[in-house]
Design a protein around this ligand. Structure first.
Ligand code: NAP
Length: 268
């Protein structure tokens, strides 16, 4: 039986949505949570709510789109806690709905850095101390978008497919060495993600979306049961098979399903 109380977790993208809900969920189990994202004030609010509920939370603001900032984040974290963390939840990410050929390169590069680069880099930096202890849990927040890719979120979907492939490979690489690495694939979730990514028809998705708390529950379940691939809601797993078995239908349906007038605003 694992004793969770007193374990330490770093949660990225903890200023909002799923990350904030995961931080609250882990803190409720007695896990000391370290919250990171760019917006300090939002991180402070989430940390205050955790402490108010009897948990322990620290913040380390960082822009995960920069390799230097990621290194500085881990340096600060290791200075305060030489053993690193027991759990890492790689959650930070954003989408951008646009015609691929019209998408600004700066936005494309930032998306690859945050959605993929940060996961690769933080895992690379924080895994070695876990391996020394032969104990650690890493959960990557991917998406069903990685399994049914299409416009106008083409690059976003591709970034999530990479997260899925990496998570699966690392699950196989480290499971015999005491380390659990898995992924959670949400369908639409009612968070500010859609306002950031789409701007268009955000309300439609808010109607559809499950709550961030439900995703946080799935993350906690994945950790406890060391599950390689978890879907929220559970039925979303059919999407993977739909894409494989009904490709000609999906080719026509996906652009229609995710249609929108295109991106009006830059990401934060
Ligand atoms: N909502 C959905 O329907 C859905 C579905 C499947 C998967 N997901 C995935 O779930 C994850 C969380 O999304 P969410 O729905 O909770 O959206 P959200 O509420 O917009 O949260 C995104 C988080 O990522 C952080 N972030 C973005 N860019 C960053 C950067 N450069 N440096 C550091 N942090 C950054 C944001 O913090 P700051 O702005 O403060 O930096 C924020 O905390 C994402 O990976 C997303 O792809 C979402």
């Amino acid at each position: 039986m694992t004793t969770w109380r007193g374990k330490r977790a770093l949660i990225t993208g903890a200023s909002s949505g799923i990350g904030a809900a995961v931080a609250r969920r882990l803190a409720a189990e007695g896990i000391d949570v370290i919250l990171t994202a760019r917006r300090r004030q939002r991180l402070e609010e989430v940390a205050r709510s955790i402490v108010g509920a009897g948990g322990r939370a620290d913040i380390l603001p960082a822009d995960l789109g920069s390799a230097e900032a990621r290194e500085a984040l881990v340096r600060d974290l290791l200075a305060a806690r030489p053993g690193g963390v027991d759990l890492l939840v790689n959650n930070a990410g954003f989408g951008y709905g646009a015609d691929f050929a019209a998408m600004p390169w700066a936005t494309m590069a930032a998306m690859l850095e945050v959605n993929v680069g940060a996961i690769v880099h933080l895992t690379r930096l924080l895994l070695p101390p876990m391996l020394e202890r032969r104990s650690g849990w890493i959960v990557n927040i991917a998406s069903i978008a990685g399994e049914i890719p299409g416009p106008p979120l083409s690059l976003y979907c591709a970034s999530k497919a990479m997260v899925q492939a990496l998570s699966e490979a690392l699950y196989r690489e480290y499971r015999q060495r005491g380390i659990y690495i898995g992924m959670v694939n949400p369908g639409p979730v009612a968070t500010p993600f859609w306002a950031v990514a789409a701007g268009w028809e955000a309300k439609r998705w808010h109607h559809f979306g499950v709550s961030a708390e439900r995703v946080a529950e799935a993350v906690w379940w994945a950790i406890r049961h060391r599950r390689k691939r978890v879907y929220v809601p559970w039925g979303m797993r059919v999407v993977r098979w739909l894409n494989l078995l009904a490709a000609p239908v999906v080719d026509r349906a996906i652009p229609w399903f995710l249609r929108g007038p295109g991106k009006q605003m830059m990401h934060r």
